[in-house]
Design a protein around this ligand. Sequence first.
Ligand code: AMP
Ligand code: MG
Length: 514
Amino acid sequence: MISSAAFRFDNSYARELPGFYVACRPAPVPEPRLLFLNHALAQALGLDAEALDGPAGAALFAGNALPEGAQPIAQAYAGHQFGGFSPQLGDGRALLIGEVFDCQGQRRDIAFKGSGRTPFSRGGDGKAAVGPILREVLVGEAMHALGIPTTRALAVAATGEPVYRDRVLPGAVLTRVAASHLRVGTFQYYAARDDAARLRQLLDYAIARHDPALANAPQPALALLDAVAQRQGRLIAQWMNVGFIHGVMNTDNMTISGETIDYGPCAFMEAFDPDTVFSSIDHQGRYAYGNQARIAQWNLARLAEALLPLIVPEGQADDEAAIERAVADATAILETFPARFDAALRAGQRAKLGLREQPAAPDAAPTAPGEDPAAALADDWLALLQRQQVDHTLAWRHLADAAAGDETPLRALFADPAALQPWLARWRALCAAEAPMPAAERAAALRAANPRIIPRNHRVEEALAAASDHGDLGPFERLLTALRQPFADDPALARYAEPAAREITQRYRTFCGT
Ligand code: AMP
Ligand code: MG
């Protein structure tokens, strides 16, 4: 058994919210083996990484030997999946095992995924396969290195047990670290049951955990809605600026914390096209790249609906005028979302263009592209990339070379590089007018804002296939090393910077992999 000094648990969810979960033990597994341990994250959590990196860690992270103080629970939640409401989803193959404080004093959930059936499992087996679990590791670590809020993988343990999907696959358990696992769907669960008392308890808990400054807000439910809208607006803008497509933005996969969660059929776009969809189950393109901000706002509207009983003043639940006022107040917040998203998107684009930050009021009315030369420049750039089917990541990245005086790598991405010239001239003029600086300085700023290495779909697949089909973790480990240095120019990492052949990308499909 791992000594109790390893995890210092303080399980607020289990303690403060009885009735919001079901206590449940992880299923024992036959042959635990550690496939991955995140040393940096372990240290940030105040854990002894060396002590965990061996058979004791394998037993722990496979769920066979729970650390002292762990209190495994399956959390209840509901959710809109592809627009249809399921009043009961919940942790069907996950368990929150407890909470710890990291070295910064932040409370973090420690949770298993793939640890067996729970009372929420419905028809599922509660298990997970090695491939999708390692995908979650790779994409989560990439997002973290890109500076995007995300849940992260602490460890992966192989179980030595087969899981049955369209074929037999090796099983694994992921240990996931999150600011919390509160979702839009957690609120929906109690709203769907007209349980105003529990809804209020959940609101108080969420505010204490994520927005303690709002504890004394005159309208706490509206204040939380506002805070979540702000965080999600920023998050989705960050996704857009790196070409990330979540793929399954159901309301149970949208956090209150503003972290990206549940890396299922996610993928990064290569050639720029807002209609890009990779998920095999997203037939309508509901969660296409270019729809993500709209969907986030739609999900926030579902959060607003769930919170409505708490927005209507107490004792006025039957007062039509009071309800109307509550709806109007919530709607006013939802309507700020496009401007908030836009402000974050545009701020990110300014950095990606090598321009200086422009202090923008978060609630300011959206500036029409015609009024903001940087926004117009970014829009025209993306249109150019789309017309010529240019790789999104490399195009942005090679602006740095262009700034340093070498346009060759950028021109090489375009079938018709002549079409690029007028845009480059405008870009140079705006840079000179708005943010004059030496060429080397601009190039460095551009390299710090535009990643060279993202999780390329073919590299991810190659790594997962080697691990899952041949038990070879080498490609996974090398890819992970590259993904942790997204802004580096190391020539040794060149193979991770290149896009796949177009035929591969066009046929590429991702699966939920559950
Ligand atoms: P997700 O696709 O991870 O967002 O999961 C959606 C819902 O399906 C959640 O309630 C999960 O717990 C449940 N689920 C997904 N896969 C499984 C599985 N293999 N066994 C049981 N429940 C599952
Ligand atoms: Mg989920």
